[in-house]
Design a protein around this ligand. Structure first.
Ligand SMILES: [Zn+2]
Length: 115
């Protein structure tokens, strides 16, 4: 594994996510108030739905961003590429597909089924 290439990849990913988060939170902050003033009650439900979707995707971006930041920290600490649960090395193809991956497939499935 080429650590410099991984770091560059993670930093690019982080910059993209920063931009997405900025756009999403800007849309959320600027979108609402003026529209609400001349709103028909019947439109209210569908507008709420839109806001929810924006917040959901902002949440997704924020969660992804913190995973990428964690991955960069693990790179600094020298534990990058190891499963955070069982400490086994992650397969290269998993890291290529998801450079921010923090668990092996088995631990990830266990982790997700616990939620
Ligand atoms: Zn594991």
């Amino acid at each position: 594994m080429n650590q410099q290439a991984v770091r560059a990849q993670l930093e690019t990913l982080l910059a993209d996510l920063d931009r997405s988060a900025a756009v999403l939170s800007h849309e959320r902050d600027s979108g609402g108030e003026t529209e609400q003033l001349d709103q028909h009650p019947a439109d209210y439900a569908s507008n709420v739905g839109e806001v929810d979707r924006e917040e959901a995707s902002l949440e997704v971006v924020e969660a992804q961003r913190s995973r990428v930041r964690d991955a960069l920290q693990r790179l600094e600490a020298g534990t990058y590429g190891q499963c955070v649960d069982c400490a086994r090395d992650l397969p290269d193809e998993r890291l290529e597909a998801r450079p921010e991956a923090e668990r092996c497939v088995q631990c990830q499935q266990r982790h997700e089924s616990r939620r």
